[in-house]
Design a binder for this molecule. Structure first.
Ligand SMILES: [Mg+2]
Length: 319
């Protein structure tokens, strides 16, 4: 939903959005698509959900991503119209490799830290969340490395999925953020993540992110910026619609910022608090619901622990 709200205004400036803010599903704009059209963010998220529906293996995820890149699998209208540079390079390499080759081909250099893995990682929140820290981390490192192989991308995915766990356990965004800040240093030590990488998340993990002025929140394609923006808007707003729209109206990488904050806000506020008119406009809604059912059945069939019961929504944030 956040992706589809952002697609028509992707790459627009913050000043342009301030003059003409997005207030709902728009048609055309940047990619000339009908209203409710989602892009690579959602397509690759669905590729991960499909892999989960099939029992989950990183090779299945990679195959699904390749199927999207080559054949338009899980596209809204049959064609790929949006793809990040690092993702294109990785999938191009995967295409040339033999079927049995290692699929962890994502760029490992520091410049390969776009938000292309973070934007598609959400379904892993539902796959074996009860596993021990190292098992959860290893799984997401591999899932990230299909397109993004640098540890910074993995750390961002890790923190994002930890947040989803806290929200699913019934914590408010403020409580979930506090818990993440409290837990992360010990978890990083346990996982052997070097301080020089952790330092890039210093502002995010300061516990003070929400106090920063909006002008310091960036909406580029850099993974740390996207995660900071997602959290800042989740903490600052009190409905699903207000949260996601405000994040989209930051401009720049609108669809991915929208997708990443939308994942957290959707978990917290619940489907019933997403505007019905947006849900109705969404491309391939019935297929998406079918995919969710299949992925969910696969997880339950594999003997996953039942999902924690969340409190009634919405609960106002303490900020
Ligand atoms: Mg996109």
């Amino acid at each position: 939903m956040g992706d589809a709200l952002g697609v028509p205004v992707e790459f627009s400036s913050r000043a342009a959005r301030a003059q003409d803010p997005v207030t709902g599903m728009r048609a055309y704009g940047t990619h000339h698509q009908p209203a409710g059209t989602w892009s690579d963010d959602a397509s690759l998220t669905f590729c991960l959900a499909e892999a989960i529906a099939e029992g989950y293996a990183v090779r299945t995820l990679a195959n699904n991503c390749l199927r999207w890149y080559e054949h338009g699998f899980w596209t809204p209208h049959g064609r790929v119209f949006d793809i990040g540079i690092t993702t294109r390079e990785a999938l191009g390499q995967l295409k040339k490799s033999s079927p049995g080759a290692c699929p962890l081909v994502g760029g490992r250099d520091e410049m390969s830290n776009g938000n292309g893995a973070l934007m598609r990682i959400l379904p892993l929140a539902f796959y074996r969340p009860e596993d021990a820290l190292l098992a959860r981390y290893t799984r997401l490192v591999e899932a990230s490395a299909v397109t993004h192989g640098h540890v910074r991308s993995a750390i961002a995915c890790f923190l994002y999925l930890e947040l989803t766990g806290y929200l699913r356990a019934g914590l408010s965004p403020a409580q979930a953020y506090a818990k993440m800040c409290e837990q992360a240093p010990t978890q990083f030590t346990e996982l052997g993540i070097l301080a020089k990488e952790v330092n890039h998340f210093e502002r995010l993990l300061s516990g003070q992110l929400v106090a920063l002025p909006e002008s310091t929140i960036q909406s580029s394609g850099y993974v740390v910026h996207t995660l900071e923006a997602a959290l800042w808007y989740l903490l600052r707003y009190e409905t699903y619609a207000a949260t996601v729209l405000a994040a989209v109206n930051l401009g720049d990488d609108t669809d991915t910022t929208g997708a990443v904050v939308g994942g957290l806000a959707g978990l917290y506020y619940g489907e019933e608090n997403i505007p019905a008119v947006w849900v109705k406009a969404l491309a391939r809604r019935a297929d998406i619901e079918d995919l969710c059912r299949r992925a969910s059945q696969s997880i339950v069939g594999a003997g996953a622990a039942p999902a924690p019961t969340a409190p009634a929504r919405p609960v106002p944030n303490s900020y």
